[in-house]
Design a protein around this ligand. Structure first.
Ligand SMILES: [Zn+2]
Length: 147
């Protein structure tokens, strides 16, 4: 199965509770075979240790309705933007990453950037530059402008 994905955000689902209408269905990204060619542990570590720009209260999983953590961080490696419960979907529900996202992780040798911004101004600039689903983009811009 080959999935085309044109965005540089991932892990936001139409079935999520935040009403993300422009987001894909999580069920279109379930691919039980994907994991066999992927170092899932290292991918998950990358996803959960990249710098975060925003944190909020956790959301229930769109598939199993579990809530695994109290807070949910939204992370970036400077190129991609995702919520860190993406790891739950990969580990528990056989969701795959877009090839470009996985290639990015491989290209960095599973090592997330340590610091994407030097100071407050750098963070604000980054938040304005990130590609996020429209609703998130509005939230990021709002946060950036009010820092
Ligand atoms: Zn789940």
């Amino acid at each position: 199965m080959m999935q085309q994905w044109r965005h540089s955000w991932f892990g936001f689902w139409r079935e999520g509770s935040d009403g993300c209408e422009e987001c894909p269905s999580v069920f279109d990204w379930i691919d039980p075979e994907w994991k066999s060619g992927v170092d899932v542990d290292r991918v998950v570590r990358y996803l959960e240790s990249s710098p975060y720009v925003l944190a909020t209260s956790a959301d229930a999983c769109a598939i199993c309705r579990n809530v695994e953590r109290v807070a949910l961080a939204y992370r970036t490696d400077g190129a991609w933007y995702w919520p860190d419960d993406l790891a739950h979907y990969i580990v528990q529900h056989e969701v795959r990453l877009p090839d470009e996202f996985h290639a990015r992780i491989l290209g960095s040798r599973y090592t997330p950037p340590k610091a994407l911004w030097q100071d407050e101004r750098g963070l604000v600039d980054l938040m304005k530059r990130l590609n996020a689903p429209p609703k998130h983009m509005a939230e990021l811009r709002h946060l950036a402008e009010n820092r």
